[in-house]
Design a binder for this molecule. Sequence first.
Ligand code: OGA
Ligand code: NI
Length: 396
Amino acid sequence: MECMISKEPRLHRSLPHTHAQTEFKGSTHCRSQLQSSMASDHRLGALKAFDDTKAGVKGLVDAGATVVPLIFHHAPESLNDAPHHHDHQFAIPVIDLAGLATPSGRASAVGAVKAAAETVGFFQVVNHGVPEAAMSAMLAGLRNFIEEPVEAKAPYYTRDHGRRVRYQSNFDLFQSPAANWRDTLFMDMAPEPPAPEEIPPACRAVVPEFAGLVQRLGSTLLGLLSEALGLRRGHLEEDAACLEGLSLACHYYPTCPEPHLTLGTTKHSDPSFITVLLQDAVGGLQVLVVDDDKQNPAWVDVPAVAGALVVNVGDYLQLLSNDRFKSVEHRVVAKSAGPRVSVACFFRTDGSTRVLAPIVADGGNARYRNTTVDEMVRHYRAKGLDGVSSLQYVRI
Ligand code: OGA
Ligand code: NI
């Protein structure tokens, strides 16, 4: 008997035994594949039913969910893959960009950015030029949109990447092993912004302004990162086109009735050159930090610092830098507190067929084959957040 069945070990374990034992008399192997086939049919049905509501996780919470549905349950191994260190808050440096106009101020910022990019891959910036008012208006606009009735949001709900504005719960709902407790409004803002009427009214005024401010900060950060790689200031922006594209992932993490069973965002590294993240005060973002011997990974909180923006190296900059800069894995835990809102600003050009290749020679030892953002984004979407870095796909 042919068993063309996808693996679903966690759900398979949770199926009642007696059912399979009485109904299926085939080999143990096929019986377990049948069980897992039934489980994956059941899971697919549950995913479709959830997606068809177009109301996201917020809809479940509004309907009074007191338990986390099975499609959101993560395997214990992925929930507990490393200890959580409460006492390492300061592992993520906070860098002040106020002094960039003077040579010494700039040199010290380049040094701090270089040290962070080469190790933990994350830092926070203050005095970054994005006014507090624009940040709070962006978070409020996002929150207002997600908290609108489902009829107002449903027209924006889509999985069509051809649309520049996409509201959806879990971009990888049908690909990932377990769903996340999160809804997202995606907006591709550059190089081609959406028409104003494509942006939901709740955030129509603030989104283009916020995106413009983040692009200006992106230019500053790419200048510092270029120098940190020993390149001329304009290299990453002008020669490598890292500033050409900007996609916003505006996340809403509803309060969770059983936060120990699921995640807000599964462990991943980012599909970007760099990411600038605006988060509110709730917290929940954690970075997977390893010690100097590359041993003992631990989850470290990225605390909410008033007025700060979080910056991290993404996969494409790790590739361009030939592994000098680290695109570090991170996740968001689910919480009973909240809701939490955040805006992840990915510097990348969707669909770009420009060649991506290491630009830092390191004696001619390129660690990655040539690729494109288009190929990398396709790969990322096709596999979903499965805990495996996309860089494995292009590493030589
Ligand atoms: C992401 C991400 C973190 C957050 O969108 O890639 O890591 O705090 N978001 O929402
Ligand atoms: Ni991320």
